[in-house]
Design a protein around this ligand. Sequence first.
Ligand code: BDP
Length: 722
Amino acid sequence: MTNFLSIKNFLVQLSILLLCLNVSAKDGYNLWLQYDYIQNNELRLAYKSNISNILALGDSETMQVALNELQLGLSKMLGTEILSQKDLKGENLVIFGTQSNLDKKLIKKLKKELEQINNEGFIIKQIIIKGKKHIIITGKTDVGVLYGVFNFLRIIQTHKSIKNIDVLDSPKVDIRMLNHWDNLDRTVERGYAGFSLWDWHRLPDYIDSRYVDYARANASVGINGTAITNVNANALILTPQYLEKVEALANVFRPYGLKVYLTARFSAPIEIGGLKTADPYDAEVINWWKEKTKEIYKRIPDFGGFLVKANSEGQPGPQNYGRNHVDGANMLAEAVAPFGGIVMWRAFVYSEHDADDRAKQAFSEFVPYDGQFKDNVIIQVKNGAIDFQPREPFHPMFGAMPKTPLMMEFQITQEYLGFSTHLVYLPKLFEEVFEADTYRAGKGSTVAKVIDGSLHNKKITGVAGVSNIGNDRNWTGHPFLQANWYGYGRLAWNPHLNSGDIAEEWIRSTFSNDTHFINPIKEMMLNSRETVVNYMTPLGLHHIMDTGHHYGPGPWVENLSRPEWNPVYYHKADKNGIGFDRTNSGSNATNQYAPEVADIFNNTATCPEKDLLWFHHLSWDYKLKDGNTLWDGIALKYQQGVNEVETMVHTWKSLEKYVDNQRFNEVEMLLNIQHKESKWWRDACLLYFQQFSEKELPEGVEKPIKTLEYFQSLKFPFAPGN
Ligand code: BDP
């Protein structure tokens, strides 16, 4: 027996040692949950002096998950096995469990804190029980405690002190979800990291361990919902054959607080229900959705609800029957209401039959419906009025519907920002949108306050991000794009967080706590968003990428059936100048903003230059603030973008010794592609626009080696994600 125990002990020690030595290759699979061994002795000992063993209060599945995570994380980081014990023996325990599992004295001690957190919030605090020091992690619900556990691990991962630890946090947004544009054949619309994670063919009986790791990663950043199917929906997902598979996924996700949502194809009653119509006023249709919903909830009692793209880009919807968005959304809302479900109805609508500026159409259509939607409907609005561009001014709908909950839709997958090949740190973009001031209730009415519900006291709040995840080994195709999943989750939790702080957390948890690495990498990440804007769409240009697949530049495209699908519609370059006049002398899209904002955008003197050509058509000789002409300014921005990518390449090369081989090489190759493609963007766009400006490239801008015809001849029939 003794022998057996000592062998077992030896093996445990050995495995911890191996983990500590990082013998396993770093292929990125572990994301930001690396839990690297803390090499710094002083720091490690300081943690160890505050952490001996763990005590779990409660034994739900979620508590089991929390326990496993704490044991794994602490054992790896501290290099010693952290055991779970059954009672309060000893000191320096990490005790975790919900409020209902705490004894009365402790509840009394934490009364003030418990009053301050919401249902998903948590408290991490040093407490004294019977003269002994411990750390308590608690909250009102299991999942709140799990979030607390992940937060505690992050504190250690990022080498912050836990002396007298006292942390209290709650999410500021209710629904924090990923939208997967995953098809049932496992292709992913606008997906650049392999195929869909969901192995529909082998579900429900085969549970890929990735499903668990996916849920874990989401829980670690507070993401609590996932719409697992494409908004361009397939009704088959609502058939029993597929619902059984969805149920299996929901069962895996549940302990991690991750609810499943499905996209609802509006014509499903016809396609899989055998009805003649999908008219939301038809009694049989109404009943079909009610019965379907009942069937779903029977399998998945905590099903989140439906996400709907209707009457948008050819998808069916209530307008096919002469009804409107309110009719459609409310009909589905009534079906899910008895079960506590919600309907997320997308506002991404524009029509080829509407001659008005595409940027105005969603606002024009939806804002008049303010106050008419049922309480469990939330309108999902893209961050900008066109479509997930490298930069867009905030969507004018934010703040304009005080009686209707609006949720933010960001795109984490980089459909318009270089796919999964270009290193672009998106939380910088998300932050810019959240910080924008709508002025809808006076100065300081930021988009963040619209989204967290505080501006107009909203009952439901939400943020959605179109996922960048696929079955690539490292999940996101590019090791650095994991930061966009991470950062998205952190900002969905709290839209007021700082993107720089988030970047630093991520770097520390994913790569290294060495400031020689952190500082340059953080700077590189924070600049990367502006860099991509510079080499793709500077000064407010937008939607000039090649058509269909959206890979690379295509400002010349003008032959598509729908005018608003052509890049020429957006840049309007001609001999007189470039840009879309959306001021009161043009399409008057500015009028959809609060007067204070409209004034800023209408006037070239106050319009931020980053948005200039979004709102103004200006002559090539227009003088920019730095004294350059518009033509020179555009050309210099493209060049600047290329130069900045070059700097990224050098920065990365100089940091080789801080990174494992695999991730170093992958990032190096990807940055080289980004560099090449940034030049492609610069040369193709400048050669094309030069036909109109008829001006020389200014000094400092490299002369293109290839011709415009060459760039125009490039075809990518198999570009991914299309
Ligand atoms: C566009 C994408 C298209 C999506 C659409 C949407 O190109 O694939 O279906 O957005 O959001 O950007 O519905």
